[in-house]
Design a protein around this ligand. Structure first.
Ligand SMILES: Cc1cc2nc3c(=O)[nH]c(=O)nc-3n(C[C@H](O)[C@H](O)[C@H](O)COP(=O)(O)OP(=O)(O)OC[C@H]3O[C@@H](n4cnc5c(N)ncnc54)[C@H](O)[C@@H]3O)c2cc1C
Length: 375
């Protein structure tokens, strides 16, 4: 059994898999340790598939824009798998003047950061997507946004990384990381020990407990989110939809089904804690939201719904950085529900950090220092 590599990655989600791929491309030896029996069973295969720049926090916008401009358009070709990427825009919909005020605020911020997004009126919205209700009076419109298939993309990175020699070990529950001569060096699992020059921690919300073994603490927690899928519909539209009130978001897939996520008025907002999660209520509330905007889906049957957990960081953006106090350790967690769309960019910068290169995308505001400095 291989237990030594240049880099050990903890977590076999899309962040771990994409990073493994970009590192293998650079000629590094890599071991990925995944606790589950299969790869990508966490948030990476359960998410809404949004590849979105609009509505992003300005600290992570460079990652989102870089991915959309440079990586997503040719990802299927590069990974030799159709990741079902559609770049047909994102409509964030509003039905009231209050909604439009929210959307205008978001749009103004994004424009000031260099994103091509604008406000459009109800007629313009329906010219783009004729299936939307006449109740929609306006939207923000980001033409370069899109969506992709989360499971396909995660598995595409995994398969390509494997073909380049990356060793994936499932059933490896990482318990702690240990230092040797002041550097993070050993990864201890329930059944063994692994060693590397660099250790990348990408285990979602469970990263917190693992990093605490080194005295490093990222303030984040697990939050449950619901998603549902309908039976297949005839081709209708391929824009990504969201709303000012965040009562639902979603898109039609290549298969024809619609994938939607949303919140529940019963759970005081669009997200709930792990302990008090009412999935049925959340699905019903999401359906109610959808029908208020897309009446054409009135007879579409929901065939399945599921829950996924996000790593909700205290300040709602991830930590992607080395840790000054523990050389050799690189953090990649706290994605706060929007890590799928930026995963190719994140994999790119993590592979650079692990090779001691300067990241080609600005991640300066995603440093762990923002938490360690305040102690
Ligand atoms: C319902 C839902 C909808 C979402 N919608 C979107 C969206 O539309 N667009 C978007 O950009 N993002 C979205 N997200 C967020 C996105 O899915 C995540 O940010 C992204 O998948 C993070 O990938 P990851 O690899 O960090 O995490 P994960 O996929 O959770 O992977 C972490 C892995 O680490 C493993 N692990 C945990 N503990 C250990 C351990 N001790 N030892 C070894 N392995 C361990 C887990 O088993 C898991 O496989 C959504 C998330 C959810 C849940």
């Amino acid at each position: 059994m291989k237990t030594n590599a240049d880099v050990v990655i903890i977590g076999g989600g899309i962040i771990g898999c994409s990073t493994a791929y970009y590192l293998a491309k650079k000629g590094k030896t890599v071991i990925v340790l995944e606790k589950g029996r299969v790869i990508g069973y966490g948030g990476s295969s359960r998410n809404g598939g949004g590849v979105r720049q609009s509505g992003r926090d300005k600290r992570e916008l460079p990652l989102a824009m870089y991915g959309v401009q440079n990586l997503w358009p040719h990802l299927s070709e590069e990974l030799e798998t159709d990741v079902e990427y559609y770049q047909q825009g994102n409509l964030r919909l509003g039905k009231t003047e209050e909604h439009l005020k929210i959307l205008k605020g978001l749009t103004a911020t994004a424009v000031s950061l260099g994103l091509d997004v604008k406000m459009i009126n109800g007629e313009e919205v329906r010219a783009i997507c004729p299936h939307l209700s006449d109740d929609v009076i306006g939207a923000s419109w980001c033409q370069s946004d899109g969506h992709a298939n989360p499971l396909q993309t995660t598995m595409a990175f995994y398969n390509k990384a494997r073909r380049l020699g990356v060793c994936f070990r499932t059933g490896q529950d990482v318990l702690s990381i240990k230092t040797v001569a002041g550097r993070a060096r050993k990864v201890i699992t329930g059944s063994g020990e692994f060693e590397a020059e660099k250790i990348i921690l990408a285990a979602g919300y469970e990263s917190r407990a693992i990093s605490q073994s080194l005295g490093v603490d990222v303030p984040m927690k697990a939050i449950a989110l619901d998603t549902l899928i309908t039976e297949a519909q005839p081709p209708m539209f391929y824009q990504m939809l969201g709303t000012a009130m965040a009562d639902f978001y979603g898109h039609q897939t290549t298969h024809g089904s619609f994938v939607f996520g949303g919140g529940s008025p019963l759970d005081s907002g669009s997200i709930v804690g792990v302990g008090d999660h009412p999935p049925v209520a959340a699905t019903g509330a999401t359906c109610k939201g959808i029908l208020g905007y897309i009446p054409a889906l009135k007879h579409a049957k929901v065939v399945r719904s599921w829950v996924g957990f996000i790593d909700w960081c205290e300040d709602k953006v991830p930590v992607i950085s080395p840790v000054e106090e523990v050389p050799g350790l690189i953090l990649a967690c706290g994605f706060s529900g929007h890590g799928f769309g930026i995963a190719p960019s994140v994999g790119t910068v993590l592979s650079q950090l692990a090779c001691d290169e300067k990241p080609s995308i600005d991640i300066s505001e995603l440093d762990y220092k923002r938490f360690s400095d305040r102690d």
